[in-house]
Design a binder for this molecule. Structure first.
Ligand SMILES: Cc1ncc(COP(=O)(O)O)c(C=O)c1O
Length: 387
């Protein structure tokens, strides 16, 4: 098979690429006219920059079904946001419940804080379909449990959790539910308040269509997070105590204005396209890929058996081949970009029995075409056919 001229990008679960033209254009034009430090100066342009930031906070709050735009906190990405909440909520002797489906952005902070004797935690497993049983969470909750942290959708197998049911368990037990929506935001409508989510952690550069370097938290009205990073906020400068009102309480230094502009434009793009419509389109392509790969005897497909409540993420293995080699051949010989290895979620691979070598992940994005999928199937047929 001929190597494609154009890169076939099937690594959208890592970051959506390319970004919509309108997002890039808006970033450039708005930053050119408004790229001063927001919230700091009293001159007109600084006020306008602050208003732009406030608009994006309001937009995010509406988009996620939050309580209060001032409780939308900007951070660098989901990892940064999760660190803010985990480190800012723990108390001596506290316990955390999470799952084996989590990304290292949850597992590593928990591990490090446990090593320092600052918390203990338990991880619940998932069923063969990649779903967490809310009853398992209920059973893992102890009197000292401070929070439950789960992702909305797995970055390895795409399974989407029943957050409403998990939220009910947490509410009944009076435990804070932290939801990592890094993969699902922009593809699954999220109703934070209705679902009983206390803290939502998002990243801008995946299906929210923004650039890298921007993400954050949305906090429910009744949750408080301790300040763990201190610095300038542009207000209360006479005091050495970090500003305690939101959003300043959890933000330090000059905001990522370029990122916030891009995230705002990304949100508008997502709403115009419609999250459900985008996911339906992406999942149809993932099904087509799965059907094609299922014809190759050497290929083993992981993840849920159906496509309801699932994102367009497909992880596979090829018999007798190291995933890295499959990725290198796809890239080198066919111009197809995928992600191989453990996908920063090692425990999911333990569940799949693919640890430590991991798998080959194909992840569909908003600009993936049917031809891209057919090229991937043809390439995999050649690679897998010789096994
Ligand atoms: C489920 C999940 N959580 C968290 C993250 C971390 O996101 P970021 O790299 O933007 O911090 C990712 C990234 O792949 C993810 O898939």
């Amino acid at each position: 098979m001929e190597r494609q001229e154009r890169l076939i990008y099937l690594d959208n679960a890592a970051t959506v690429f390319p970004k919509p033209d309108v997002v890039l254009r808006t970033m450039m034009e708005t930053y050119q006219s408004l790229g001063v430090s927001p919230g700091r100066g009293g001159y007109d342009l600084a006020v306008m920059a602050s208003e732009m930031v406030t608009d994006v906070r309001e937009h995010l709050c509406r988009f996620f079904g939050g309580d209060d735009p001032e409780r939308v906190i900007f951070a660098s990405n989901a990892s940064d946001a999760l660190n803010l909440v985990i480190q800012g909520m723990i108390e001596p002797g506290c316990h955390v419940v999470s799952s084996r489906l989590e990304h290292n952005s949850v597992l590593r902070p928990l591990h490090h804080l446990q090593e320092q004797g600052l918390l203990s935690y338990d991880l619940v497993g998932s069923d063969g379909e990649g779903r967490i049983d809310p009853e398992d969470i209920a059973r893992a909750i102890q009197p000292s449990t401070r929070m439950v942290i789960v992702n909305h959708a797995s970055n390895v197998i795409g399974s989407i959790q029943d957050v409403e049911a998990i939220g009910r368990v947490c509410r009944n037990r009076n435990v804070t539910l932290v939801l990592d929506v890094a993969q699902s935001a922009g593809l699954v409508p999220i109703r934070m308040r209705d679902w009983g989510v206390s803290v939502l952690a998002f990243t801008g550069h995946k299906s929210l269509m923004g650039p890298t370097g921007i993400g954050g938290l949305v906090l429910a009205g009744d949750v408080d997070i301790r300040t763990t990073r201190f610095g300038g906020t542009g207000v209360d400068s006479e005091s050495l105590v970090h500003t305690q009102s939101y959003p300043y309480r959890l933000e330090t230094g000059t905001l990522n204005c370029m990122g916030i502009i891009g995230l705002g434009a990304g949100l508008e793009f997502v709403e115009q396209e419609g999250s459900d419509a985008t996911r339906t389109r992406e999942v149809a392509l993932a099904k087509r890929l799965a059907l094609g790969l299922a014809e190759i005897p050497a290929v083993r497909i992981h993840g849920p058996s159906g496509w309801d409540n699932r994102l367009a993420v497909l992880t596979i293995n090829v018999r007798d081949m190291v995933p890295e080699d499959v990725g290198a051949i796809l890239d080198g010989d066919y111009g197809i970009a995928v992600r191989t290895g453990l996908h920063c979620a090692p425990l999911v691979h333990q569940e799949l029995n693919t640890f430590p070598q991991g798998g080959v992940r194909f992840s569909i994005g908003p600009f993936t075409t049917g031809d891209d999928i057919d090229s991937a199937i043809a390439a995999m047929t050649e690679i897998g056919g010789v096994r």
